[in-house]
Write a protein that binds this ligand. Structure first.
Ligand SMILES: *Cc1c(COP(=O)(O)O)cnc(C)c1O
Length: 388
């Protein structure tokens, strides 16, 4: 198959498996080798073979991953980073200067909020948190001229709020800003922000992209080639790059993204069915539910509704903590998007750093990352944990 067929109009699953790499011409290796090398032989001064000179700037294992990341988002260029937050910080350096302004979701990932509040703000980059589902509030928050980024997470973490990518792209562009979409929760399989008008896609590849809870990583994907050049410069100049083994693991994960996401969605739907109407559950939060305020937008811009489910426990915080400590198939832990099911209490765990801010989460909230185990076992585990 030619590279054109791999990345052009080929379907998502085909791109996931073939984009970014041709079998090695010398050995025939079907899978990109882990190029554990920092430097490369030059044929005469400046005579690079294949463009590689130093592995902070580029490494063939990373190049293969970056090609796959771009193809799966229908983008032009992909960039891999040592973590999701390293990707975010590099994006800010590539697009903002002191005096500039960023619009953030009120329920952004806690680490994203902390990055803007505690790291970027002291360097002069201001931010305004807004309820991103409210288009008028976003329009009121942008400052034409100084707002450089409108930051969107959809679905949000952990309240699974939905923002309208197409509508927010228009608001951002009217103000001369870029629309950034953190696509970590949906994954490239369920949602394609660049196709809907976004300028930059951010991923914590630690989550669904890697998919096996064995590697930390991040990514940026763009279509605009000038923006890509600025990011490439800052990726190299800052140097928050992943090593070749991390790239190998993430790329390996991407190949099964589509089949994993289908099963995550199937199992999440089973769990939502079980939780809905359970006497110990006060509210189930899932964008697939017709009563979810973002359901119509989610149905329009997502292929399915994802593997993340949040719910509020009727007995308040102590009951929520007890549920988290009683499951056995669901592992009590932070992070999400791996093949194994995880349960956590956002107020005390992932979102403890936003307590007392506009991004604080309800104390009776439990978040599930529904894995790809046997659905009956997941339901039985929650049934026991909610039991008495
Ligand atoms: C985990 C996460 C991040 C941060 O990524 P790291 O890989 O942990 O640095 C950013 N956004 C979302 C939505 C996340 O879940």
């Amino acid at each position: 198959m030619s590279e054109q067929q791999h990345t052009g109009k080929a379907g998502f699953e085909t791109r996931a498996i073939h984009a970014g790499y041709e079998p090695d011409p010398t050995t025939g290796a079907v899978i990109p080798p882990i190029y554990a090398t920092s430097t490369y032989l030059q044929d005469g001064v400046g005579g690079l073979r294949g463009g590689y000179e130093y592995s902070r700037s580029a490494n063939p294992t990373r190049t293969a991953l970056e090609g796959a990341l771009a193809a799966l988002e229908d983008g032009e260029r992909g960039f891999a980073f040592a973590s999701g937050l390293a990707a975010e910080d590099t994006l800010v350096r590539s697009t903002c200067l002191p005096g500039d302004h960023v619009v953030l979701p009120t329920d952004a990932y806690g680490g994203t909020f902390r990055l803007f509040d505690k790291v970027e703000k002291p360097w002069g980059i201001e931010h305004t948190p807004v309820a991103i589902a409210d288009i008028d509030a976003v329009r009121a928050a942008v400052r034409p001229g100084s707002t450089k980024l409108v930051w969107l997470e959809t679905p949000t973490n952990p309240l699974l709020g939905i923002g309208d990518i197409e509508a927010l792209a228009a608001v951002a562009h009217d103000a001369g800003a870029l629309l950034v979409v953190d696509n970590t929760f949906a994954s490239s399989y369920l949602q394609q922000p660049l196709v809907l008008g976004a300028d930059v896609v951010v991923h914590s590849t630690t989550k669904y992209a890697g998919g096996h809870s064995d590697v930390v990583g991040g990514a940026l994907v763009v279509r605009d080639l000038d923006l890509a050049e600025r990011i490439a410069f800052h990726q190299n100049a800052i140097g928050a790059v992943p090593g070749p083994f991390d790239c190998f693991l993430t790329h390996r994960g991407l190949k099964t993204l589509a089949v994993r996401m289908e099963r995550h969605c199937d199992n999440a739907e089973r769990v939502v069915d079980f939780l809905t109407g359970h006497p110990a559950v006060a509210e189930v939060i899932y964008p697939g539910l017709p009563e979810h305020p973002g359901h119509a937008v989610a149905a329009r811009q997502m292929r399915r509704f994802g593997g993340m489910v949040s719910f509020r426990v009727a007995g308040g915080e102590s009951a929520a903590l007890a549920v988290c400590e009683r499951t056995s198939v669901f592992t009590l832990g932070e992070s999400l998007g791996g093949v194994e099911s995880l349960i956590e209490h956002p107020g005390r765990m992932t979102h403890a750093s936003v307590a007392g801010t506009s991004n604080e989460v309800p104390a009776d909230l439990v978040r599930l990352s529904v894995g790809i185990e046997t659905a009956d076992d997941l339901v039985a585990d929650l049934d026991r944990a909610l039991g008495d």
